[in-house]
Design a protein around this ligand. Structure first.
Ligand code: S3P
Length: 428
């Protein structure tokens, strides 16, 4: 359904409690289903992607009770799962699809995974190839590059794997498989990517060692159910961080934001660009850092973003591109080819849609170059069914001189179902 966004010179004021982290919510269900006993989750993100993960485990016979942000997972461990009589549907979720491949590879069930139109085009060989080296058995198009993929659970052997891409999904799929493999699995990262899997392994009592970019995990470990508190998602907070910085006369407080250093690249970029941003009430929950962030309207300057920073802000690049259109000077985003294999090709999508608003932005092979500041005007924007493009368009509409229309507002439900309600609550 299309939506017209028409905000006449708004100012943003107020406090938002940021909903649960998508990556951590997925993993809480996955570890809860693998562990023996009961796992309780607090602050769970009930979004389309995370519900797809729950649906997969329900079909495998794991008992999962969801009540708003509280989830209970009751499992007798991976060996007690049922062989499902239905195909497992992973929806739009790359994390569900890739991590499930790693989990199912070493289970004793046979299953088929399928996703939506976007997932069917996203590369899976980056996980199926290393998993095959561990003894996994997959059947799928182009040598298990694309879903649908059939998985026949097998006894796995540990591997030593040097990652050719910076991807937490690839790392996590191998670690999940390594947990059920014989021997010690060692993964060496190309660049450090989000480490929620490693932290949650520790939280569930596993024996795991991390030294710089090397992770070692002993196989055939049995996990026990526990309690998991999910922090707010900094990737969701990012939309309000940018809104608070670029909308005149604004000040926002974002509470309960996950501040794991493998995710805080956007905070470094905001500081580098001169944003008025500060953090208070630092705390720790379930092996993850959290805090409250205050942001207010800022004079911004362009910057260069690349290298090790990219995996720590990969999902924030669409909204950072919008931020850069309002900053003085040139912003260069490089080393971000991975954007091409996200929910849509996010280099093309961001550049095409921001140009429609009047931005001075050029696509490059591995990112984009933005010259600012440019006044933006209204236009009809296309989301490509991608939640983060939809939310970027909505935040852009706060600074455009006329209305912005987006073709699809429901796509935001993939990661942020109450995005529009929370946005309305701070518009003054
Ligand atoms: C995720 C990892 C990232 C990220 C995605 C969630 C995860 O993908 O873009 O939204 O939960 O592990 P890649 O591993 O492909 O970089």
């Amino acid at each position: 359904m299309s939506k017209e966004l028409n905000y006449a010179q708004p100012s943003l004021q107020g406090t938002i409690r940021i909903p649960g982290d998508k990556s951590i919510s997925h993993r809480s269900i996955m570890f809860g289903a693998i562990a023996k006993g009961t796992t309780t989750v607090e602050g769970f993100l009930q979004s389309d992607d995370c519900l797809a993960t729950i649906d997969c485990f329900t079909k495998l016979g794991v008992k999962i009770l969801v009540e708003a942000e509280a989830v209970q997972i009751i499992s007798n461990g991976i060996d007690a799962w049922n062989e499902p009589n239905e195909i497992l549907y992973t929806g739009n979720s790359g994390t569900t699809t890739r991590l499930m491949l790693g989990i199912l590879a070493g289970s004793n069930v046979s299953t088929i995974l399928i996703g939506d139109e976007s997932i069917q085009k996203r590369p899976m060989k980056r996980v199926t190839a290393p998993l095959k080296q561990m003894g996994a058995h997959f059947i799928g198009r182009d040598d298990a590059q694309f879903t649908p993929i059939a998985v026949e659970g097998k006894k796995l052997q540990a591997i030593q794997y040097k990652m050719p891409v910076a991807s937490a999904q690839v790392k996590s799929a191998i670690l999940f498989a390594g947990l059920h493999a014989e021997g010690e699995t060692m993964v060496t990262e190309m660049e450090t990517s989000r480490d929620h899997t490693e932290r949650m392994l520790l939280h569930f009592g596993a024996n795991i060692a991390v030294e710089g970019k090397k992770i070692r995990l002993q196989g055939l470990q049995e996990l026990r159910g526990t309690h998991v508190v999910v922090p707010g998602d900094i990737s969701s907070a990012a939309f309000f961080l940018v809104a608070g910085a670029i909308v005149p006369n604004s000040k926002l407080v974002l509470q309960n934001v996950g501040l794991n250093p493998t995710r805080t690249g956007i905070m470094e970029v905001l500081q580098e660009m001169g944003a008025k941003v500060s953090i208070r009430h630092l705390n720790n929950v379930s092996h993850e850092e959290i805090g409250d962030i205050t942001i207010s309207t800022s004079e911004l300057i362009g910057t260069e973003i690349g290298g090790e920073l990219i995996p720590r802000l990969i999902d924030e690049i669409p909204i950072i591109a919008l931020l850069a259109t309002q900053a003085r000077g040139r912003t260069v985003i490089k080393d971000a080819e991975e954007l091409k294999v996200k929910e849509t090709n996010r280099i093309d999508a961001v550049v095409t849609e921001l140009k429609k608003l009047g931005a001075n932005i050029t696509a490059t092979d591995d990112g984009m170059i933005i010259e600012g500041p440019t006044p933006l005007h209204g236009a009809d924007l296309f989301t490509y069914g991608d939640h983060r493009i939809g939310m970027m368009a909505a935040i852009a509409s706060l600074v455009t001189s006329s209305a912005v229309t987006i073709d699809n507002e429901i796509c935001v439900g993939v990661s942020y179902p109450n995005f529009f309600e929370q946005l309305s609550s701070v518009i003054k």
